[in-house]
Design a binder for this molecule. Structure first.
Ligand SMILES: C[S@@+](CC[C@H](N)C(=O)[O-])C[C@H]1O[C@@H](n2cnc3c(N)ncnc32)[C@H](O)[C@@H]1O
Length: 237
């Protein structure tokens, strides 16, 4: 895919040095715990080949490679070279039980054969692939293509609290504190305007489940966290 057809590419190549810190602050330190939970759900079925899609600075890939059986291998893929540099530096200092390699690539054109992975995990990037993104159908068909039949696609992502009052408070929190804090620490207003707008209008757990079933997954279960402001979805092909 040529660069002009890659929505958000500019935002993610202007990755701030404080990217991890910003995530930690606005999730009150919970994002690391949620990724560990996502990794545990990926590893439950003892996958051999594992993909961290849109790996960013590599935290989910590293959690996977620390806990996966020694016979498995983990790949992290992202289209931002700047994110991948940070991921590689972090992985070099981590104690891993399995091989971990990072690949520069686009979800719209995954460089793997059909049914290559036993499990695919994605942390805080499924919204980028599916919120008002013209390439969504292509992304979903690529994910389904490279996942084995019976394999899991595990997503941790922002969601919508079912309770209306809590949903309103969550949106207020996003529009005020998260936007202000993200913009001040990163100096990248566009990135945090996008984050707050997309997170407050993103799918409910039910809508996301419907999208995945339409894309070809057999079952989807959702586990709400933080009153439903975040959720982990496990889709099985
Ligand atoms: C919000 S960050 C999340 C990063 C990481 N997974 C985490 O948990 O912090 C979204 C990531 O998705 C990557 N990304 C977005 N669209 C992509 C695409 N079409 N192909 C590959 N990577 C993509 C961006 O470069 C960025 O690193």
């Amino acid at each position: 895919m040529v660069t002009e057809q890659k929505p958000l590419h500019k935002i993610f190549t202007a990755v701030p040095d404080r990217y991890d810190l910003i995530n930690r602050v606005f999730t009150w330190g919970q994002d690391a715990k949620w990724r560990r939970k996502t990794a545990a759900l990926c590893l439950e079925t003892k996958p051999v080949k594992i993909l961290d899609l849109c790996c960013g600075t590599g935290d989910l890939a590293i959690d996977l490679a620390k806990n996966a059986p020694a016979t498995s291998s983990v790949t992290g893929l992202d289209y931002s070279p700047q994110m991948l540099e940070k991921a590689k530096a972090k992985a070099a200092n981590a104690e891993l039980t399995t091989p971990l390699n990072f690949i520069h690539g686009d979800v719209g054109d995954l460089p793997f054969t059909n049914e290559y992975f036993d499990c695919i995990g994605i942390s805080f990037a499924f919204r980028n692939l599916t919120y008002k993104n013209p390439n969504t159908p292509r992304y979903l068909s690529e994910i389904v293509r490279v996942l084995k039949k019976g394999g899991r696609f595990v997503i941790v992502e922002s969601s919508q609290p079912p309770n209306k009052l809590l949903r309103g408070l969550d949106h207020l929190y996003l529009r005020t504190f998260v936007r202000w804090m993200g913009t001040s620490l990163s100096k990248n207003k566009e990135a945090y305007d996008y984050l707050t707008a997309s997170a407050s209008k993103f799918y409910t757990a039910e809508e996301l489940s419907e999208l995945l079933v339409k894309a070809g997954f057999k079952t989807v279960t959702s586990n709400r966290l933080m009153f439903g402001a975040t959720a982990i979805h496990v889709a099985t092909k």
